[in-house]
Design a protein around this ligand. Structure first.
Ligand code: NAD
Length: 490
């Protein structure tokens, strides 16, 4: 366990040493309604102008920068990640906050629309806050995942109640402390501590107006069915099994390095990790030869020279080891180095796994990539869609016509060409999946707007006459409309 519940308290353990880092109080279920209600009734934040909200989020970002070292330490303690993985997480979060604030200024202001033929009408769209957003987050990116959802919801004018993962809540607690001390609006951004039952309570609350959930597909399905009871809006960012496609004309060096970075950074505990690589027949042997040599130069461990850090959750570590062990019975496995500690898993390649293995059919969520060859595109598409996940994919090659023809048939929310992972770091593009990877989008103007009540307004430019199609209309109106149909819509 990386967290232990006992007598209404939660003790967070360092995953590498198993030592207790801190014991915190679990949110008392009888007080949760009050916390949510405080957020609901606090209108100071939602009454701010969009410009003012952006001002406070920029100020918040600057305060996070001032607290970078303590954020780094907290992330290190509760995840055991490498320093570089933590740096990337902090960097990506800050870049997101800066860019999404600029995007919000345009995306959330009232948008004037064409009124078509009805020139006497003004048509426009207002992006209003929904109320209180319930944000529920997982343990793999304790800073980036909650903070991007929280800030997007706040920019949209919502208040937020965040329930971070019970395994890594300390970063969120620190973020909330920085918010309270430096920004104020304490009731507009609240935090609940606890496990699934606290998350579930949040989902069920009548005072929560939208759920932004990031986590497993299994829990996402439960939340979707709970939300269905009242048709509560929900954005579900779930698991993935991201494929990487290496076409025969791909740059070998870039595709090998991308596969390794896509699959191994953050010790593979990333929803958009590259989990399976499909290599076109003519370059399969050369690709396998190069990546096999390269993986042996990487290692997992806690010393500074390690490329991969610790696994964060013991349960997940067992699952990843089970995937490797099952595969070992029938396939060739090639591994890099590893420190002698149960929470480290060596960077691992699985060659040509059988179709029925867990490594082919389930999200692995660890530093493991399977390699398979393909000879034609139909076979490739069938294999990459087999799991039902549809988060991201990447494709490598030089023939852009062919690449675009293939990506037209790939059912994922995100795709990278000759690149991997970076799409998550570009705040202007929507992020999300389909199929078992979820519904809805965060990021970009699409994500911001999905956190709003999108209110379409029509207003008359002149109010002194009745509309010509109302009752009591002239006999000529029918003829006029018939004529208009022939003239305008041929
Ligand atoms: P999880 O689903 O077990 O838990 C996620 C959160 O949901 C936690 O805070 C947990 O306490 C809470 N929760 C558990 N049961 C609940 C319930 N019944 N009702 C409400 N909340 C409940 O996921 P995890 O193990 O923390 O995270 C790993 C998963 O998250 C992986 O599948 C990964 O792919 C996915 N993930 C997806 C994205 C994305 O953007 N698509 C990003 C990061 C992680």
């Amino acid at each position: 366990m990386s967290a232990k519940f006992e007598n209404g308290s939660l003790t967070i353990l360092n995953p590498i040493t198993n030592n207790a880092i801190e014991t915190i109080k679990v949110s008392d279920i009888t007080l949760i309604d009050k916390i949510i209600n405080d957020a609901k009734t606090d209108i100071r934040w939602s009454d701010l102008s969009l410009n003012k909200r952006c001002y406070y989020i920029n100020k918040f970002r600057k305060q996070l920068v001032k607290n970078k070292d303590i954020l780094h330490k907290t992330l290190k303690d509760e995840t055991g990640k490498t320093d570089f993985d933590i740096l990337i997480e902090i960097f990506t979060s800050l870049e997101h906050l800066k860019e999404i604030t600029k995007i919000a200024k345009k995306a959330l202001k009232t948008s004037s629309r064409s009124s078509g033929l009805m020139k006497v009408k003004k048509a426009y769209v207002k992006y209003e806050p929904l109320g209180v957003a319930g944000v529920i987050s997982p343990w793999n990116y304790p800073l980036a995942t909650p903070i991007t959802s929280v800030v997007e919801a706040l920019l949209a004018g919502n208040k937020v109640v965040l329930k971070p993962s019970e395994h890594t809540p300390l970063t969120s607690i620190l973020v909330k402390k920085i918010w309270d001390e430096q920004i104020g609006f304490n009731k507009s951004f609240q935090i609940l501590i606890g496990g699934g039952e606290v998350g579930s309570y949040l989902v069920e609350s009548r005072n929560i107006d939208i759920i932004c959930f990031t986590g497993s597909t299994a829990v996402g399905k439960i939340i979707a069915s709970q939300c269905a009871k009242t048709l509560k809006p929900n954005i579900l960012e779930l698991g993935g099994k991201d494929p990487m496609i290496i076409l025969k004309d791909a740059n070998l060096n870039r595709s090998v390095e991308s596969a390794l970075f896509g699959g191994m950074s953050n010790a593979g505990q990333t929803c958009i990790s590259t989990e399976e690589v499909f290599i076109e027949d003519p370059i399969y042997d050369r690709f396998v030869d190069k990546i096999s040599k390269r993986i042996k130069t990487l290692k997992s461990g806690k010393d500074k020279s390690s490329d991969l850090g610790s696994m964060i959750m013991p349960e997940n570590t067992s699952k990843v080891n089970r995937h490797i062990d099952e595969a070992r019975k029938s396939c060739r496995i090639i591994q890099g180095g590893v420190e002698d500690n149960t929470m480290f898993i060596p960077p691992t390649l699985v060659l040509e796994p059988d179709e029925d293995l867990p490594i082919v059919n389930e999200e692995t969520f660890g530093p493991v990539i399977s390699l398979r060859s393909f000879s034609n595109e139909d076979e490739l598409l069938e294999k990459i869609h087999k799991t039902g996940y549809g988060l991201s994919a990447s494709i490598f090659g030089k023939d852009t016509t062919r690449i675009h023809s293939i990506i037209k048939s790939i059912k994922t929310g995100n795709i990278s060409i000759n690149d991997v992972l970076t799409h998550y770091g570009i705040a202007s593009i929507p992020f999300g999946g389909e199929g078992l990877s979820g519904v809805g989008r965060m990021h970009g103007k699409e994500g911001l707007r999905s956190l709003c009540r999108i209110k379409s307004v029509v207003e008359n430019r002149f109010n002194f006459i009745n509309e010509m199609w109302w009752f009591g209309r002239s006999n000529k109106i029918e003829a006029l409309l018939n004529k208009a149909i022939k003239l305008l819509y041929r």
